[in-house]
Design a protein around this ligand. Sequence first.
Ligand code: ZN
Length: 298
Amino acid sequence: MKKYILLSIIIILLSGCNNSRIDEPKQEKNISTKHQENIKVPENKTKPIEQINNETFEATLNIPAENKELKKYLPILMFHYIKDVPSDSPDQLGYKLSFSPDKLEQFLVFFKENNIETLTFWDLKDIIENKKPFPKKAIILTFDDGYIDHYQNAFRILKKHNMKGVFFIVSNMADNDPNYATWEQIKEMSENGQEIASHTVSHLDLATLSDEKIKYELETSKKTIEDKIDKPVISLCYPAGKYNDRVIKVAKENYLFARTTEPGKYFSLSERYQIPTVRMFPTTGLASLKIWFDVSEN
Ligand SMILES: [Zn+2]
């Protein structure tokens, strides 16, 4: 593996495209406006690839024949900000992407009361490999973009209730912007059972990038995060839910799972690079959860 990495570095250096790979062109700095996010990625803050970890983690999925067609009812919730933003806030975008910490806590209490287990993609890997049974009722909580309130609120609440979530980190943002969790905080979350996953290096619309840039966004974010948390990264979330066949190809080479923004509540193994999700709105309440888990009101 080390030989391969060394070879890759040499190839990159010889190809003379190292700088162009690292310094993204200016016009690509802003996030696609089609997605309701506005992440400004700092310029020239990326570590040169040769300074990133020398060790890489390889995660493989061993699928027993009987699980090849595995399909499970598994709502995967998609959260953005975990903070209170008033509904009449001038920042309507911020409001629409927000979810109240108190309500998140209510959700966790509901999961506990109804024996709904919070899983990570690591658990899903174990389930697929028959190392863990699929719980009677399960859910995955995903938090996109790595905001500071994920550490301050989501993680604090999850930890209090001994539950787990998946945090998709934009690797260029940590330690570069006070609105995002720092590497130290991310490592702490990882060490406390949370899954740290990739949301690429710079949150660009992957479908519009060259093959080389797609590779850079997916590989470098994985390596950077692995270097910081000292654990493998097996899951990816496509920024703004944008991907195509070229993106999926690179995702398959680097990850075991990839979440989209397409709506759906089933996980199927054959489509693990196009995993659907359930978008959380500030108004989404317990009533929805009760319907999804067939819990009668009384
Ligand atoms: Zn995002």
